[in-house]
Design a protein around this ligand. Structure first.
Ligand SMILES: *Cc1c(COP(=O)(O)O)cnc(C)c1O
Length: 453
């Protein structure tokens, strides 16, 4: 009998609601606070930067939020995405474990990011906003938002981390194709950018710094211009839960349920998107599914950072958020997983980790590329450098299952493909990639600056 490999949901079964985990959390996340007054921020204050309806969602304690028809219509271009059983990878590992992956690489931008780009553009458009600003690391978020803005006729400025701007010229061209303006960060267009360049003219940039520039540009014209963020915040995680809601239905089609669910971790959105609906099963149905976040060894905020209030950006322009952080002045190494080079984590994920309801692991760069190559040579899809972190963890779990002689079902998120990241693979083949082990001193130094907050 031939074995079923792909589990495809019918378009009419596309989930019609996003899930908000906050209501089901035993300890609620701490609120964002104003850096000046140190008081919790109101929706009105947050709405200076972000669209109002997005801030309703950010502060919502409702379990489910209806997905607008306009958003569902665009989701249908590529959703529901396939759930795939990785038989060839299992065979290569000679493991008793079953490995499944959710393939988010099939979106027009090649990652999970359009799941939130579309609703963010939609709610801004509905509010009458004309211009959006944002930052992008690997270029994934910028390209997703460019394509979303096209649908709702919004003008977009993207501050792209300089190291990625040069490493990934094709992402920039994708954004230009969809009509966005792309600026390498740090730039001379903002005070934050100019300050960084004054300190170090060769500064290669970071997500935190690019956020500072994009926020600065948005607050200058709050009536017509808003800022958007592709990760970290709860409304972003909420939009991404479409991944996990679909995956639950597809695992049921497969007659299976995961023992462990794995996502790579930058700010937490693809991890939360796949993981939170399964975590609901732990909360509501007494299941014991392990939900594992995987970060780079060189940017270990979850495994070696500290839980406390910190800024989301480098210059300190965003609200203070309760999070696991390496300190907002932490400068990540130039690893190729650009989307994972971020000092902090979302408030909800951070609270869940503090309460030991989810797990975190870090993996060195070379192991992630080895995993990516094995995946490309078994399941044929060339994964994004970010996604290889989830693959490497799935492989660790599958090997452990073999050692223990145990059956196990593993599900990971293939957050994106690597077809626009081939430069990273080229560097790997040339032997130019290294592991970066960050010393305690470096982490303690950037954390020490936080104590003064
Ligand atoms: C942006 C990105 C990530 C990291 O962001 P999260 O918010 O943590 O999901 C991971 N994988 C890909 C392909 C990305 O584009």
């Amino acid at each position: 009998m031939s074995k079923q490999k792909k589990f495809i949901l019918d378009e009419k079964n596309l989930p019609k609601q996003w899930y908000n985990i906050v209501r089901d959390m035993p300890n609620k996340p701490l609120p964002p606070i104003h850096p000046g007054t140190k008081k919790p921020l109101t929706k009105e204050e947050l709405s200076v930067i972000f669209a109002e309806e997005l801030m309703d969602q950010e502060l919502s304690t409702q379990s489910y939020i209806d997905i607008p028809e306009e958003v569902l219509d665009i989701y249908k271009i590529w959703r529901p995405t396939p759930l795939v059983r990785a038989y060839n990878l299992e065979k290569a590992l000679d493991t008793p474990a079953k490995i499944y992956f959710k393939n988010e690489s099939v979106s027009p931008a090649g990652s999970h990011k359009p799941n939130t780009a579309i609703p963010q553009a939609y709610y801004n458009y509905k509010q009458g906003i004309k211009h959006l600003t944002t930052e992008t690391g690997g270029g994934q978020w910028g390209s997703a938002l460019s394509f979303a803005c096209k649908y709702f006729n919004l003008d977009l400025k993207v501050f792209m981390v300089k190291v990625s701007y040069h490493q990934k010229p094709y992402r920039k061209i994708m954004m230009n194709t969809w009509g966005a303006d792309v600026i390498p960060s740090p730039s001379m267009m903002t005070a934050s950018g100019r300050a960084a360049l004054e300190k170090d003219p060769d500064c290669s940039g970071s997500l935190g710094l690019a956020i500072s520039e994009a926020v600065e540009m948005a607050v200058q014209n709050p009536q017509t211009t808003k800022y958007t963020l592709g990760s970290v915040l709860n409304h972003v995680a909420i939009h991404q839960t479409i991944i996990g809601e679909e995956a639950i239905l597809q695992m049921e089609m497969a007659g299976d349920m995961p023992d462990v669910v794995i996502g790579c971790f930058g700010g937490g959105s693809n991890f939360a998107g796949l993981g939170f609906p399964f975590l609901r099963k732990n909360f509501k149905e007494g299941k014991n599914i392990r939900i594992v976040a995987v970060e780079p060894q060189s940017c270990p905020k979850l495994t070696r950072g500290k839980f406390q209030y910190d800024f989301g950006d480098m210059a300190g322009l965003t609200p203070l958020l309760p999070m696991y952080t390496l300190g907002h002045t932490f400068q990540p190494s130039d690893i190729h997983a650009g989307g994972l080079r971020y000092h902090g984590a979302g408030a909800v994920v951070s609270q869940l980790l503090k309460d030991k309801l989810i797990e975190a692991q870090s993996i060195p760069q070379l192991e992630t590329f080895e995993a990516g190559l094995l995946f490309a040579n078994t399941e044929c899809i060339i994964p994004a450098p970010e996604s290889t972190h989830a693959i490497a963890m799935a492989i660790r779990e599958a090997k452990k299952a073999k050692e223990e002689g145990r059956n196990k079902t593993i599900l990971f998120n293939l957050s994106g493909h690597g077809l626009v990241d081939l430069y990273a693979y080229e560097q790997y083949f040339a032997g130019n990639l290294v592991n970066y082990d960050i010393s305690d001193d470096v982490i303690n130094k950037s954390l020490a600056e936080l104590e003064k907050l």
